[in-house]
Each structure stands twice: as C-alpha cells, then as structure tokens.
Design a protein around this ligand. Sequence first.
Ligand code: OGA
Ligand code: MN
Length: 283
Amino acid sequence: MSLTALLSVTDLSPRIGSEIAIDADTLLGGGHAGEIRALLVRRGVIVIRDIGLDDDQLRAFARTMGDLRLGTVKKEGDEGLLKVTMDEKENPEYAKFFFGSQLWHMDGTYEEVPPFATMLTPRVLSNTGGNTLFTNNYAAYEDLPEEEKAFLDGLTVVHTMQAALFPAKRDCTPEEFAMWSGYPARRHPLVWHHRSGRKSLVLSTSASHIVGMDPTDSHDLLQRLMAHATQPHYVYRHQWRMGDLLMWDNTGTMHRVLPFDQASGRRLHRCTLNGEEPIGGAA
Ligand code: OGA
Ligand code: MN
C-alpha cells in the first residue's frame, strides 16, 4: 500500500469552491482521484492554478475521475474533448448553442441522467469579461425553511431547450426558435435526492414550468428560487488565467459565463464525465 500525503486545500469562499495545489504528474497518477472526487462533491468547484494540462493530459485526468463522455464530437482527434467557444470555425456543431451559457444553468437537463462533472482548461481568453460564476445548489436547498423544503419535495419541473435559450437570444429567428422547440422536453424533480443522502435544488434557466401548477405561480416560484440560489454567498466567481484547470460537480451547482468580447476567440477545452445517477435517485 502506498501512502500519499493529503492534498493541501484552500477554500475560495465559505460555501463553494476550493483550490488545491498539486503538480501534473501527481494529478495524472490518479492516487488522489478519490479524494478529489469527494472534495468536488462537498465543495462544488475545484480549481488548480498553473497546472497547464494539454488535451491528452486533460482526458487522462478526466479518466481518473469517472466515465469520460465520448461521441459528442465528430472530428477525429477531438474524441472526448469539447471546444467551448462561440467561434463556429472551431466548433461547427456546438458553437451556436454556447450563447446560452451566459444564463444560470446546469448542463444536460435535457438528458435523463445529466453529466456528473465537467472540467475546463482555457486555450484562448478574452481581455474583457468572460469570468465564470458557480452557485452551490446544495447549500441553497439546505438553507430553505423546513416547510418550504417539504413543499418543494413533491414538485416536478419541465426543462426545455427554448426556455434555456430564448431569454439569451430574444432576437432569434423563427427557424432558430423552431429548432430549439424540436428538442424533447424532460421532466425532473425539483429536489434531487442524491444517493449520498444529500439534497440539492435542480434549477436552471431550462426550467420552463412546474407540472400541474398555475403558470403564474410556477413562474414566480422558479424565479424566486433562482434569485435565492444565486445570492452572492452561494456564488464563486472564477477569474480565468492560462494554465488553470477547473472542475464542477454538475449535479449540485449551476454556472454561467459573464459576457465577453466575441472577437477574442475565447476558447476553453472541456472534458465531461457521464452522470452516475438520475435526478431523484431512482435506479
Ligand atoms: C460549459 C459552460 C462556461 C464558460 O462549458 O458548459 O457553460 O465559462 N462554460 O465558458
Ligand atoms: Mn454549461
């Protein structure tokens, strides 16, 4: 049995986000993967500065942490790696969806089992804007009054692509709106009962409405919960530097990117880990 020293961890804010100090060889060795996973779920976001992983190293690290998502990118050589950019030349398939990242969201609410975690490392940054914000949806749930928790527990939310994208592009064309509307809606419980026993709010701009609720009440409730969960004390704001590696637990957080200069060609490389449990915790 090899003994590895525990990682040195610095919290970035009281409720969300921790930075760890580790070098690339040690990280890719995988000896700390279990510890990093546990910290990720506890703290929502983990940042490693100045580690400077290349694409293969990013994939290798992702594989130490879980089940790397494949099959999303058609281009050979890019397997397992997504280019997060609004530049269609760099990412012809997905660039046209990333404008939606400017609103608070969880990734993959259209899927039965949303991704577990995502890791990003910057390749091109914008000189203005482009910070990424994260909110802790476990903490936001835990702080609600008990009565409200009991009420929310029974609710089901419909998530749609047009709910997620339209508010970010109100000047869209009818064709774009029709394309978004063509994606199937997905129902999820409002409260995720994780296998760990913890609970979190399943909130995202993709939340269109609450099943069976008066539309105005549904809209007001979703808006109020969004305002609650995104208060500054639940939020970590990441100011990117080249060489960063950042990962988030997509099952218990939301994120958004602040507007940036489109001409900058801002691009981050991303690996996604497949989800391990459906929302609601059922098998
Ligand atoms: C994402 C995302 C935010 C950013 O990759 O899912 O929302 O800062 N990215 O680009
Ligand atoms: Mn996203």
